[in-house]
Design a protein around this ligand. Structure first.
Ligand SMILES: [Zn+2]
Ligand SMILES: [Zn+2]
Length: 369
């Protein structure tokens, strides 16, 4: 099913279902995930919020867990590794504290993998197995290896391919480019066999980054990266992943520059810039973009995203009850669900509220929305 068809189907289902049942919750979750693929971050946040509200109302922890996994992925794409890890840890804590059992082990694997991925992005994977586990033996290998093992045992192809891809990321960070490339190749093959274009695209992006590193080290010429990125551009465009399309266009522009083709260089640069404007990743607080490099972010209940510092400024400056979103003017007294436990009486607000120091204290099963 194409993403457009999925959205249409989801909207249709919503009209035919009650607003407060598991189905409606899962439809909102699906809509959120589709928007996430399309880089519609505000709409994704809004849908996840609906799903979360239903999950809380009908006490559906499996649904709540999936919302956290989605939010972790969203902030990961917007390059806020801390917030991504925070939501991943909520998902993981939920899967563990509720002992969802065999029936929901798919969610357990998803939470575990998201956790491993988020920790990897925080650059902490080396000691991920120590991660606030009261009994270290409980997670004998790293979280990541555990997720991969569970995926293999249960024949969960999607999680397996995703794990292999993340393993590629880890080797790439350790600058073992050849090993990383082999991982991405395996993941690409597995994703292609399943017909999963999103995992295929993510794996191809990893491989393209390897080729870029080799190209810049003059270990390979420009031909292969050029051919590979052109293919990736097609896949990413077909999925509608605008943020990745922008990245690939910028990469292509650098390759064409190295080849001395200034026309093509400018063309890709221009399209990338137009995409960036389309994506509208502009902070309403300071007017500069977010999500293009790593930074701390916050969202408001209206689903508008700001730099964390700009959001805290807003809360600090405004009088109580008059904290309105700079984008839509909606007033709110809190941040987006579970973003931060913002305490209005506490001032000044430290900029690192969302740092990972909360890892070991967030074992509560319920959220505070
Ligand atoms: Zn800002
Ligand atoms: Zn707003």
């Amino acid at each position: 099913m194409t993403t457009g068809a999925a959205l249409a189907y989801a909207r249709h289902s919503l009209y035919n279902e009650c607003e407060q049942c598991t189905t409606a919750g899962h439809v909102h979750l699906t809509v959120g995930s589709v928007y996430l693929e399309l880089a519609g971050f505000n709409k994704a946040l809004d849908s996840f919020q609906h799903a979360h509200r239903i999950a809380q109302a009908i006490h559906d922890p499996a649904l709540e867990l999936q919302v956290y996994v989605g939010l972790s992925e969203l902030f990961s794409r917007l390059q806020d590794a801390d917030k991504s890890a925070k939501y991943a840890s909520k998902a993981y804590d939920l899967s563990r504290s509720l002992q969802l059992g065999d029936l929901n082990s798919r969610h357990h694997r998803a939470a575990l993998l998201q956790m491993a991925s988020a920790l990897r992005k925080q650059g902490e994977l080396g000691d991920a197995h120590d991660y606030c586990s009261p009994q270290p033996t409980e997670v004998p290998t790293s979280w990541f290896q555990e997720a991969t093992r569970l995926a293999l045992v249960s024949g969960d192809q999607a999680t397996y391919a995703r794990s292999i891809r993340i393993m590629g990321d880890i080797y790439r960070k350790k600058t073992d480019i050849n090993k990383a490339f082999r991982q991405y190749e395996t993941a690409m093959g597995s994703a292609a066999a399943m017909g999963d274009r999103v995992i295929q695209m993510e794996s191809m992006d990893g491989a393209a980054r390897c080729l870029e590193a080799l190209r810049l080290q003059h270990k390979i010429c420009n031909c292969r990266p050029l051919e590979f990125n052109t293919r990736l551009l097609e896949v990413a465009s077909s999925v509608g992943a605008k943020l990745l399309v922008r990245t690939v266009r910028m990469r292509l522009s650098r390759i064409y520059h190295a080849l001395g083709d200034e026309d093509q260089k400018l063309h890709h640069e221009r399209v990338a810039f137009r995409l960036q404007q389309d994506l509208d990743l502009m902070c309403g607080g300071c007017g500069s973009p977010y999500g293009l490099e790593s930074d701390s972010l916050e969202a408001l209940p209206c689903a508008h995203i700001l730099h964390a510092r700009c959001a805290y400024d807003l809360f600090r400056r405004s009088k109580k009850k008059k904290r309105s979103c700079p984008e839509c003017d909606r007033t709110s007294s809190r941040l987006y669900l579970n973003c931060t436990d913002y305490n209005p009486s506490y001032s000044p607000v430290p900029l690192s509220v969302c740092s990972s120091d909360s890892h070991c204290t967030s074992h509560q099963a319920t959220s505070s929305v």
